[in-house]
Design a protein around this ligand. Structure first.
Ligand code: ATR
Length: 275
């Protein structure tokens, strides 16, 4: 019988996912015997696909768009950070047979910013653009960093307000036409605009001198938001490739009890996408 532990990422669309490559590199690096595949799973078939995966001996899953809220509902038990995000990107089969749901996106972002790019967050003015699932997952990990202030701006202002209410007004919310704030030190794009190569309607003079722009999305070419950041003279205008690798490393550590080195994997993926 094949004893190799099985893992997978579920999502739709999933064919361009870098997760199998990342987890195989982690496995190689840490000498772990595991198999990780990408599987096209829509919301409609999510529950049956996950149940089948675990029934057939699967050990852990990543869930991506559009399945994170469904994965949250599926998990028997949730970590605090998954609870506050109300979204799960990592499912873990526990020894007692129950399924733990975690959300490693926020910690992935904060690690990429602070460790890989030396971006200081303490006492900084931070703006999140977007109020959907991607924004929700990063709010608490950012608030943990003793920011000077956090503002969430969204095209649909009411959605940002609802999010602020849900998070007990621990940040300010507004629409783009209400964004008359002092410039921000860090601007994070958590909208899905990059996926269609669109740019949120960001006003001029939004970024402070030496400010940093970060798009949670990533691509082989710079996203529209990364290009915008460059035009605003950001000291760094980054995309979410590092966050992707860091959230994967957190999931890998949960599953295997060993933390892989992320730098070598990020460097390799950066080389691969530049050729
Ligand atoms: P995700 O889970 O990826 O966050 P989502 O929950 O569908 O996806 O949320 C998408 C976010 O991107 C929303 O904040 C959306 O704004 P609205 O709430 O007003 O729809 C935002 N978004 C998508 N396209 C956008 C665009 N072209 N300009 C500005 N915001 C955009």
């Amino acid at each position: 019988m094949n004893s190799t532990d099985r893992y997978a990422v579920f999502g739709s669309p999933i064919n361009h996912s870098k997760s199998p490559r990342i987890h195989r590199l982690f496995a190689e690096q840490t000498s772990q015997d595991l198999n990780y595949v990408a599987q096209e799973v829509t919301a409609e078939i999510f529950v049956s696909a996950v149940s089948e995966f675990f029934a057939q001996g699967g050990k852990g899953l990543n869930c991506t768009v559009p399945l994170k809220e469904l994965a949250y509902q599926f998990a028997d038990k949730k970590t605090d950070r998954a609870e506050s995000a109300k979204a799960v990107n990592t499912l873990v089969l526990l020894a007692n047979g129950t399924i733990l749901g975690d959300n490693t996106d926020g910690v992935g972002l904060v690690t990429d910013l602070m460790v890989n790019h030396n971006v200081e967050l303490k006492n900084k003015r931070v703006l999140i653009v977007g109020a959907g699932g991607a924004a929700r997952g990063i709010i608490d990990p950012l608030l943990d960093q003793q920011l000077d202030c956090l503002v969430v701006v969204n095209r649909t202002a009411d959605k940002a307000l609802q999010l602020a209410i849900e998070f007990n007004h621990s940040f300010e919310s507004c629409g783009f036409n209400e964004l008359h704030h002092q410039p921000f030190d860090v601007i994070l794009n958590a909208t899905s605009a990059s996926l269609s190569n669109e740019l949120p309607p960001l006003p001029e003079n939004l970024l402070a001198e030496n400010g940093v722009c970060y798009d949670l999305a990533y691509g082989n070419e710079p996203t529209a938001f990364v290009r915008w950041g460059e035009l605003q003279n950001a000291s760094q205008s980054l995309d979410g490739l590092g966050m992707l690798v860091e959230q994967a490393a957190e999931a890998f550590a949960l599953w295997r009890g060993v933390r892989p080195d992320t730098k070598t994997v990020i460097d390799l993926l950066n080389v691969e996408r530049s050729v």
